[in-house]
Write a protein that binds this ligand. Structure first.
Ligand SMILES: [Zn+2]
Length: 399
């Protein structure tokens, strides 16, 4: 509540200063915003973005066309545009200051999952937009592009950048990951609107660990098990050990690490003790169950087991008590005129790359849903509201 008072005071101050100093001071961000124009601009940008079939691996030229459209959108501005390509995936960094250390980095992706041709033309029905990528996440990209364009018309000290990457749906390793870890971009807080519909704030997403565990044993005839060492039952024992220490979550609110045995291999004859067997396990782990702890847990049970890591995706976690996150929550609750919900999600996003760098990250979506489905949708008004939230957040940002 104290924060809201601050916002109002600041607006009054701007008004007074404007009058008394004859427009010398940069005009407050918020005073420039025009809701109708916002919504029209956002609709135009998102319609154009949707028309590019930015789907891997088939359409490299569509990524180029989409990137050209974005660069063209900023052509008459004083913003800086840096272009990168990591293993064939293009990324753009658009910013209002020439630096690598920003106050805020907005982060979005322009790649989408495959869809029939008709979904690459936006449809509007009563304020709801439909099309591939409207809510994952070209709608939010349109908002962030418009924010950057508005920023270009102002002289502000706050350093703001927008990452636009093109490989999030394939893991984000050749986009956000490289920008943070190889190009060394950094910021005080990141904004990744790629989760948490209906203005829910996401503070945690599970990590992924896929492993193949191989047990070695000793062959013998089935009638003489004392002469052999059964590799398959070694894996049964391991599974029972996992199950008793990590019971399966009962529903989506049961926030626990889960293990799924998806495939087993081993043995070649019913009358033989098998000397080798493998188990493939997909693990979705909460942030406090670190990957190394899980592999150590298996090793500690039976150190003869061989663990091969097949895929890794780290978890996302942000602290809701961090100052930047609290400022954001205050702005949201003031503009939405209600409390917002703080949630945890089972899926993954590029937010985890910011977690790895200990950068607090704001993850929140407007009203939308059914991502990756044919009826993916987003509410156009709520995109404008998201823009209002960003404007107010930037205006009141205390670095
Ligand atoms: Zn996404």
């Amino acid at each position: 509540m104290i924060f809201f008072k601050n916002i109002n005071l600041r607006k009054i101050n701007y008004g007074l200063i404007l009058i008394s100093m004859c427009l010398i001071i940069p005009i407050s961000f918020k005073l420039l915003s025009n809701k109708k124009a916002d919504s029209e601009n956002i609709l135009e940008i998102v319609s154009n973005l949707i028309s590019f079939k930015t789907v891997y691996p088939n359409n490299p030229e569509e990524f180029t066309k989409c990137a050209n459209y974005i660069k063209n959108h900023f052509k008459d501005t004083n913003l800086h545009i840096e272009e990168f390509e990591f293993n064939g995936s293009p990324s753009l960094v658009i910013s209002n200051h020439k630096t690598k250390n920003f106050d805020i980095i907005f982060c979005g992706h322009i790649d989408v999952v495959p869809a029939p041709d008709n979904l690459f033309k936006i449809k509007e029905d009563n304020g709801i937009l439909y099309g591939r990528g409207v809510s994952d996440m070209k709608g939010q990209v349109a908002v962030m592009m418009q924010i950057m364009k508005d920023l270009s018309q102002q002289k502000i000290e706050k350093k703001i950048a927008l990452f636009l990457t093109s490989d999030e749906e394939r893991g984000g390793f050749n986009g956000t990951n490289k920008l943070l870890n190889e190009e060394n971009y950094s910021c005080k807080v990141a904004i990744v609107p790629d989760g948490g519909f209906n203005y829910n704030l996401v503070i945690e997403e599970k990590g992924v660990l896929q492993i193949k565990i191989t047990a070695k044993g000793k062959s013998s005839h089935a009638s003489e098990p004392w002469n052999g060492n059964n590799a398959i039952t070694k894996l049964f024992d391991l599974y029972a050990h996992i199950n008793s220490n990590f019971p399966s979550p009962k529903n989506q609110n049961d926030w626990k690490t889960s293990f799924n045995v998806g495939k087993i291999e081993g043995g070649d004859s019913i009358n033989k003790v098998p000397n080798e067997a493998s188990m493939y396990i997909d693990i979705r782990h909460i942030h406090s169950d670190k990957m190394e702890n899980i592999t150590n847990f298996i090793k500690n049970f039976d150190e003869s087991l061989n663990i091969e890591i097949l895929a890794i995706g780290k978890s996302f976690k942000t602290n809701e008590n961090n100052t930047y996150i609290k400022q954001y929550i205050d702005v949201c609750e003031s503009l939405l005129n209600r409390k917002i919900d703080i949630i945890k999600l089972h899926c993954a996003s590029d937010g985890r790359f910011f977690t790895e760098k200990n950068i607090p990250c704001i993850m929140m979506n407007p009203e939308g849903g059914n991502i990756h489905c044919d009826d993916e949708w987003i509410n156009l008004k709520s995109l404008s509201k998201l823009k209002e939230i960003y404007e107010s957040y930037i205006e009141n940002f205390i670095g």
